[in-house]
Design a protein around this ligand. Sequence first.
Ligand code: AMP
Length: 280
Amino acid sequence: MIRCTTVEHYQSLYPRLAAPIGFVPTLGGLHEGHLALIRRARAENATVVVSVYLNPTQFNNPDDLATYPADLDEDIRLLENEKVDVLWMPSHEEMYPEGLKTRTDWWPGRLAEVLEGQYRPGHFEGVITVVRRLFDIIRPHRAYFGMKDYQQLKIVQRLAADLYPGLEIVPVPTVRDSDGLALSSRNRRLSPAGRRTAAHLPRTLHSARRRLLQGDPVSAVLEEARRDLQRHGIEVEYFELVDAETLEPVRRILPGNYLLCTAVYVEGVRLIDNVPVAIK
Ligand code: AMP
């Protein structure tokens, strides 16, 4: 695996990288969820590039950034195991030559302003800025994004359609632990008791989904889900049913594709998750 830390070095490698190039961007703190993206990229491309870059501009909460689990040696060991060709692990100076500023000259509107956009001001400005910079440097043919961060996936799909013709965005299903909790680097910050509490999140999503499929009224289902989570000591930021394309909240459902999505705090750790709801 070639470790690459400068744009100059990557540009010198690029002519020798066999096409197609599959790219997996990460913040580090790698787990089986990241590895699912990498394995998919490995299966579908001649070259696999993975980035490990903890992007400061997408963290609206400085404590979250300061406590974000990072273990570069362990990440490198995992990436070598997966036969990754190039690890892109740049400095802030390489990624932000003009300082840690975000750019909004491309903006998807409401899609980045609802849900996470509403509760994490500045987050998607940072995500869009870093993803554009990564795509510009790496120049991949395919890029892999997890459905756990569904809103991010939708925004990146629209970004690619607008600015990166020929780049295919590949969605990868959420990888879960045996009790259903979506894998996340932040899960490592939970105590064993907090970890057990967090398992109520996927259970609540699934029971809400079941009730919606049965035809129970949306607002009653959502309110009960929020109450259930709170009863288990989980602080709910949002728990919504949204249109799967626009991500706008819906109150009454017709046949179509929806998503139940939620952000909560357990022991001060922010967790997000979602499940699709297809109404026939
Ligand atoms: P992160 O390092 O958290 O920014 O995640 C890097 C990529 O891995 C993003 O596309 C995430 O959506 C994806 N990812 C994170 N956790 C999971 C998971 N449990 N299952 C599938 N993909 C994931």
